[in-house]
Design a protein around this ligand. Sequence first.
Ligand SMILES: Cc1cc2nc3c(=O)[nH]c(=O)nc-3n(C[C@H](O)[C@H](O)[C@H](O)COP(=O)(O)O)c2cc1C
Length: 207
Amino acid sequence: LASFVSLNPSELSGVARYDLLVGSIQPRPIAFVSTLSPAGIANLAPFSYFMPGGSNPMSLCFSVSGTSGPRKKDTLTNIEATGEFCVNLLVREMANGMNATSFPFDPITSEWPASGFHAAQSILVAPPRVLESPVQLECRLHQVVSHGEGSGSANYVVGEIVMAHVREDLWASETLNGDAFRPISRLGGENYLDTAIPELFHLPRPS
Ligand SMILES: Cc1cc2nc3c(=O)[nH]c(=O)nc-3n(C[C@H](O)[C@H](O)[C@H](O)COP(=O)(O)O)c2cc1C
């Protein structure tokens, strides 16, 4: 029989808690989030604490970690100020551009030039979407749920999807082609999974 190490989070270092979380809950999809500051500075950043929520209305959630310093991450500041964002899904060709945007640029510097991506105007929200992304979701803020304070705390951004853009070749008969759309995911540490490469297996739900 396997034996286990039982870990009380209150007795672990911050680094150990982070490693345990990202190393165990994986692979995680990545929300590539586009926002605008009230002054109009366009921000882009990836978030892998990310999940779909409901389909009526369509909703999703991602978490922006609190920082040790007084300054929040720009994505959270912008969403709280404007109530709008776009979530763009990522494929392998976008990995380097995505990673470039995770550098802690100051709030007055847009990550768009560093990413090399092109902006497409959204229909219902002001933040632009990422043209290179095969699936782009325009969202309005429903609620921010904060848990904890300071470094490593969670700010769950719950958003309602008000408009979805799917690359034409991926959409047929009211269905997103899951065989063709293969986004990348985040694993533990600095590892990623390209879901286009591993074996794809089908598992019908029990009836
Ligand atoms: C693949 C990837 C996933 C990330 N996921 C998260 C996350 O879920 N939550 C978070 O707070 N930061 C996450 N980060 C770090 C942010 O992207 C980073 O702090 C970024 O600079 C925030 O930008 P902003 O200040 O413009 O919002 C991730 C970084 C990468 C590369």
